[in-house]
Design a protein around this ligand. Sequence first.
Ligand SMILES: NC(=O)c1ccc[n+]([C@@H]2O[C@H](COP(=O)([O-])OP(=O)(O)OC[C@H]3O[C@@H](n4cnc5c(N)ncnc54)[C@H](O)[C@@H]3O)[C@@H](O)[C@H]2O)c1
Ligand SMILES: O=C(O)[C@H]1O[C@H](OP(=O)(O)OP(=O)(O)OC[C@H]2O[C@@H](n3ccc(=O)[nH]c3=O)[C@H](O)[C@@H]2O)[C@H](O)[C@@H](O)[C@@H]1O
Length: 342
Amino acid sequence: MATNSSNGATKQPPMPSPLRFSKFFQSNMRILVTGGAGFIGSHLVDRLMENEKNEVVVADNFFTGSKDNLKKWIGHPRFELIRHDVTEQLLIEVDQIYHLACPASPIFYKYNPVKTIKTNVIGTLNMLGLAKRVGARILLTSTSEVYGDPLVHPQPESYWGNVNPIGVRSCYDEGKRVAETLMFDYHRQHGIEIRIARIFNTYGPRMNIDDGRVVSNFIAQALRGEALTVQVPGTQTRSFCYVSDMVDGLIRLMEGENTGPINIGNPGEFTMIELAENVKELINPAVEIKMVENTPDDPRQRKPDITKAKELLGWEPKVKLRDGLPLMEEDFRLRLGVPKKN
Ligand SMILES: NC(=O)c1ccc[n+]([C@@H]2O[C@H](COP(=O)([O-])OP(=O)(O)OC[C@H]3O[C@@H](n4cnc5c(N)ncnc54)[C@H](O)[C@@H]3O)[C@@H](O)[C@H]2O)c1
Ligand SMILES: O=C(O)[C@H]1O[C@H](OP(=O)(O)OP(=O)(O)OC[C@H]2O[C@@H](n3ccc(=O)[nH]c3=O)[C@H](O)[C@@H]2O)[C@H](O)[C@@H](O)[C@@H]1O
């Protein structure tokens, strides 16, 4: 039974399918990754597929994800890709669910806010219903945005947050807060085995080039020789985690005994001006940095307190921003067709 001082679960989780214990069954673990065609999801699939005992099923509606991210697995006997919207029921047999489906870039989650709420609320409800029916363990990728514009810095998991419930970002941050509530209610009421990761800004290869998030924007701008657009005031901070570290943290959380929520992120904190200066220096010293308008409710500071991840998961990030940016640059150069000058 997972441990968390406040969960108050009273019931044992339902039993997994008897086939799981059959010695004739081919793979030991069937894993569903919702949103597996997206940025973090596809890296997670790569890591899960490395284990020959895993069978991986991806369910994705391809809103922000793409088959291209999974092309090396399509046709593999241990892999299956389903076009599916998590706001609809899904009837399959699985042992673990990594529930990532949700647009993550503010441009995309604000594009159809009602759909974003439905994805977070109805989508999570459906995945919990699936977990309940088949006795699967389920991990939700929540977000540091549950802390809103935080008044406590850095943010520990015990902080309840400072979120605008009616703002333009609330479809996402309030949506994820309700998703966390649903996870704990299913845990307490039905004994479902849950895991909640609060992810802080993650970057790396395969981010959509025109995704709108700051790291992908700056790298694409530097490679195209365009000015880097720092949104005012530029002193707002973020902490950037390289995707391989993130995937490692998610798998440790799923495999461990703690329900979370647990912050997974890199505590290295940078202002957006510092980030732009780093990208300029590393990728294209000739580009300018220009200040542009910001969007409403942009959090002014964000940095994870990762004490819990260190103590409970034995996890901490390994890749520093200045080492991760060149790895992402390489991928963006290939996709944009901009070769490196020698
Ligand atoms: N990347 C980050 O910095 C970050 C930070 C905090 C939390 N997260 C969370 O991690 C998860 C993955 O983020 P990402 O950066 O890979 O984003 P992404 O946009 O690249 O991936 C999301 C995936 O979910 C799919 N999707 C969206 N709505 C869906 C729906 N209704 N049904 C089925 N599939 C749907 C998309 O097509 C895409 O493949 C998200 O839940 C996000 O909220 C990410
Ligand atoms: O870590 C998280 O929890 C969240 O992080 C990001 O949200 P956000 O930090 O707002 O991401 P960006 O859009 O990359 O913005 C980061 C900062 O960069 C600034 N920015 C963005 C784009 C740009 O071109 N220039 C720029 O200065 C923004 O004003 C903001 O202050 C993700 O996109 C969310 O999905 C995720 O849940």
